[in-house]
Design a protein around this ligand. Structure first.
Ligand code: ADP
Ligand code: MG
Length: 437
């Protein structure tokens, strides 16, 4: 890690800003600088170096304790102080020192100190942190020195502190201890600049951490959605399996029985017996019919198994629409190849529902169906020029779940859906589903 190099302690003029690295030429320095100018220049250099330290330490991917350790050291050296520390203000209005304060022994009581701020607003710590006030007399803030003393930190000869803040938010205090030549207002000013820059860096890191948390939550939400979608898809399979086994155990067995009865009746020579057998056959066939009806009740009208592929399945569905309604659909299908099965299922189910609605309700003369890749997903749009409807009313009609299902399927797949219509103005159903569930 880079530690910012300081200009030599003396002479003072050596620390004038030399950003280009070129010493000032005598021609540009016609007369000696006044002490005030020299002081100002020194403070400017120190502030510049403090800023450079904050920015260079925060650029590198260092852990926070290392950052504060290096920064405290640099700041202490800039101010000719023996020690420096960042104090963090906790939610309970208690100050605790940030790890790796510079210049303190590892067993210093400073590390375990908890400085609770009184609520009267008049304590030195409150004045420094909340009101940016600091009285420096004879090279130190006596009130601060007394504060350390009162909390068991003996041997502090001088100290100054400034508010460590980001905008109006008070994060804590930045303190320099034990100046070699007495602290000045310029030192406080340099410290203030450094504290502000550190505050901004701190806020930036916090924002980054929050972003990380949000990104993680989003990823978790996406994972749950994937899981949900997989469950739903598996649920569909499960339903199909149940359907197949019920068909086998119930209706097909009854049909086999019926076949046997038919065979017996066919070879029966006794007309009366044959008639009884035919009656039995009629009863069995009735049971077959009942059984099939029961099955039909429990089965989704829409199979999502698309042996022909999605494109072909959609065209077949549109051909059926043409046969039923006479409407010649305007088709623009640009489906990406190799869609995940779950996406295909959502696209086909939603499109089928939209088309069924057009058949059932719209009385349309024209219909346009388009599907195209966009934003890492597939968008599907169905527009008709039929009688239209009031969307807000039609979405929540008990027992009419088609439009709601379109929306929920799209959302469940991580996508979105927009249904637009007005009485007399046709209808437009649009949904988008991402490919990477
Ligand atoms: N394309 C359309 N044109 C006209 N009316 C429609 C259209 N789509 C839906 N609707 C209206 O919205 C209602 C709700 O539709 P939906 O939720 O699919 O239920 P369902 O089709 O079972 O009635 C329909 O009853 C109908 O009044
Ligand atoms: Mg419907």
């Amino acid at each position: 890690m880079e530690v910012v190099a300081l200009p030599a302690d003396e002479p003072e003029a050596a620390s004038a800003p030399q950003y280009g690295g070129q010493p000032d030429s005598p021609a540009r320095r016609p007369r000696p600088k006044s002490r005030a100018t020299q002081r100002l220049e020194k403070a400017q250099v120190a502030a510049f170096m403090a800023l450079r330290a904050v920015s260079s330490y925060s650029e590198t991917d260092v852990e926070l304790p290392v950052f504060f350790g290096s920064l405290s050291e640099t700041l202490a050296r800039l101010l000719r102080a023996r020690r420096a520390a960042f104090w963090r203000l906790g939610p309970d209005r208690t100050l605790t020192v940030q790890p790796q304060a510079y210049g303190f022994a590892t067993d210093s009581p400073l590390h375990d100190m908890r400085i609770r701020l009184p609520v009267d607003g008049e304590s030195v710590a409150e004045r420094v942190i909340f009101r940016d006030e600091l009285d420096i007399v004879d090279g130190s803030s006596k009130d601060l020195d007394a504060l350390w003393q009162a909390h068991g930190l003996a041997g502090i000869k001088s100290s100054i502190a400034v508010s460590w803040r980001a905008g109006d938010r008070r994060i804590g205090a930045l303190v320099a201890y034990d100046s070699r030549r007495g602290f000045s207002n310029d030192d406080a000013w340099v410290l203030r600049v450094a504290a502000m820059a550190t505050g901004l860096m701190w806020q930036y890191r916090e924002a980054e951490q929050k972003l990380d948390v949000i990104a993680e939550r989003l990823e978790q939400a996406a994972a749950s959605r994937r899981q949900l979608l997989a469950n739903i898809a598996a649920g569909g399979d499960e339903a199909r399996r149940r359907f197949a086994s019920t068909l086998h155990d119930d209706s097909l067995q009854l049909l086999t029985a019926a076949e046997l009865q038919l065979e017996r009746a066919r070879v029966e020579t006794d007309a009366e017996k044959a008639s009884t057998q035919l009656d039995q056959l009629a009863i069995t066939l009735k049971s077959v019919e009942d059984s099939l009806r029961r099955l039909l009740l429990n089965v989704s009208p829409q199979s999502t198994d698309l042996p022909l592929g999605l494109d072909e399945a959609i065209r077949t569905r549109l051909e059926a629409l043409r046969t039923h309604t006479g409407i010649e659909p305007d088709i623009d299908l640009r489906l990406p190849g190799h869609l995940p099965e779950a996406v295909e299922a959502v696209v086909f189910k939603n499109l089928s529902e939209a088309l069924t609605n057009v058949e059932k309700h719209a009385h349309a003369t024209r219909i346009r169906v388009s599907a195209y890749p966009v934003d890492g997903g597939v968008a599907v749009v169905v527009v008709d020029d039929g009688k239209g409807f009031v969307v807000a009313e039609s979405l929540y009609v008990p027992g009419h779940l088609g439009l709601l299902a379109i929306r929920e399927r799209a959302q469940m797949a991580g996508g979105r859906c927009r249904i637009e219509s007005e009485p007399g103005a046709g209808a437009r159903v649009e949904f988008w589903v991402p490919l990477n569930h």
